[in-house]
Ligand binder design. Structure first.
Ligand code: SUG
Length: 418
């Protein structure tokens, strides 16, 4: 079968909560202390996958990680009962749901050995995310175990931060053809951290055996990070030959566009001007944190975007004009992922794109309606209805969270991830 793009969504874990753990992520900071709804959150995620299946898109998923992470706590010589609140919250976070940060993926047509390479991200800038990678790597090794087609790498070593596909874009004529891989790194974010280090990006490009002629390193703009674009995918996203970007996404935008056009003359760069959609609007609405997808059967491109984008008149007005004006995005598909959005995770954060032949992937990670039904049933039965910040040390809650994950693993025949 031909190579296709498969979106792997992170299932929203039963410990989903609002602990305000991500400085520079405005939604996370402003919802710190709010009561979360893990069950509703995870069901929103399932519905998003269903909507993708209905668009005839290939869909996969990753399981939630084991939380609280007792091994991580033990490494810090503590446990849930005695840890300080910020350490307890970091151990309990369901942040692995944002699968765009799981890994960087270079599809087979881009690499020297003709394999699809995946590198687990170290996520070391944020404590609660820094301990995701062992669980993520275990899952990647299982899902992409076929070494004839995949090469799965461990994370880049410290001190170089890597946030995975959230700071990576790929332009190509079509998914199955060789593409231009664009790594977007940060240097400074004003008051906020720049999470992606150029040395990580370069190390991944080497590990993935990319052709330097089809690889670019572009700097994220400081003002965008300072405005709350903690990842590049909050202000830019690419699909096939289209780059959809905010005017202020890159530190030197004209040089970035010129470098892209030099390597790929057919690239179409759609720039949203700041006088129509400010950085503040982009960050509030997550306009660019959309899944930009190619619809099968010549349907053109669609943007699967958060309902927050529809509620923002500047954003929606620009989008409607774009569609009416025959721009490359032909269809707008709002999805409700409000529970994830309240922690700064939009539709694009929740998924990792992998271009591959689905038949080469462990089928247990591939979604279809009946399996999603089963998953929804487990979630409805076992996921906590709500979590208040003061509850994180609650022994009964910890037990419920672990039991809930075990039930989902079992329903998906993935008990070996326990
Ligand atoms: O890393 N939020 C995540 C959101 C990640 C979004 N991903 C992409 N843009 N691809 C983060 O900041 C919030 C956790 C908390 O506050 O409890 C959090 O980790």
């Amino acid at each position: 079968m031909a190579l296709v793009e498969i979106n792997f969504d992170g299932i929203i874990g039963p410990s989903h909560n609002y602990a305000g753990l991500s400085p520079g992520n405005i939604a996370s900071a402003s919802n710190a202390g709010a009561v979360s709804q893990p069950r509703a959150a995870a069901l929103q995620g399932i519905e998003k996958m269903r909507a993708n299946l209905r668009l005839s898109l290939a869909q996969g998923f990753f399981m939630p990680l084991d939380r609280p992470n007792k091994a991580w706590l033990a490494g810090l010589a503590t446990d849930m009962a005695s840890a300080e609140p910020h350490i307890r919250a970091a151990a309990f976070s369901a942040s692995a749901m944002w699968a765009a940060n799981a890994a960087t993926v270079s599809p087979a047509p881009d690499t020297a050995d003709g394999k699809c390479h995946l590198s687990a991200a170290n996520l070391l800038t944020m404590a609660h995310r820094s301990h995701e990678w062992p669980g993520t790597l275990a899952q990647l090794k299982l899902a992409f175990a076929d070494e004839r087609h995949f090469a799965v790498h461990g994370p880049v070593p410290p001190p170089y931060g890597d946030e995975g596909a959230a700071n990576f874009m790929r332009l190509c004529a079509s998914h199955g053809e060789a593409g231009l891989e664009i790594f977007v790194y940060g240097k400074s974010g004003g008051p906020f951290p720049a999470r992606q280090h150029i040395e990580s990006s370069k190390a991944i490009a080497r590990a993935h055996r990319l052709d330097p002629q089809r690889t670019l390193f572009v700097q994220q703009s400081e003002v965008a990070i300072a405005a709350g674009a903690f990842h590049n995918d909050v202000v830019a996203v690419a699909n096939e030959r289209v780059l959809f970007t905010h005017e202020q996404a890159f530190e030197e935008p004209e040089a970035a566009y010129a470098a892209i056009r030099a390597k790929m003359p057919e690239a179409e760069i759609v720039i949203v001007p700041a006088d129509r959609v400010s950085l503040a609007d982009a960050v509030q609405s997550y306009l660019f944190n959309a899944q930009i997808v190619t619809l099968p059967d010549g349907g053109g491109m669609a943007l699967i975007l958060p309902t927050e984008a529809q509620s923002n008149p500047n954003v929606w007005g620009w989008l409607e004009e774009h569609v009416a004006g025959n721009g490359p995005i032909r269809r707008l598909v709002p999805v409700d992922v409000r529970q994830s959005m309240a922690n700064g995770g939009g539709p694009a954060c929740l998924r990792l794109r992998v271009v591959a032949d689905p038949a080469t992937i462990d089928p247990r990670f591939i979604a279809e309606e009946a399996k999603l039904d089963r998953m929804a049933e487990v979630i409805a039965t076992h996921w906590p209805d709500s979590i208040a910040p003061g509850q994180l040390g609650d022994v009964a809650l910890v037990e419920q969270v672990q039991k809930a994950r075990a039930a989902l693993l079992s329903a998906c025949d993935l008990d070996e991830l326990l």
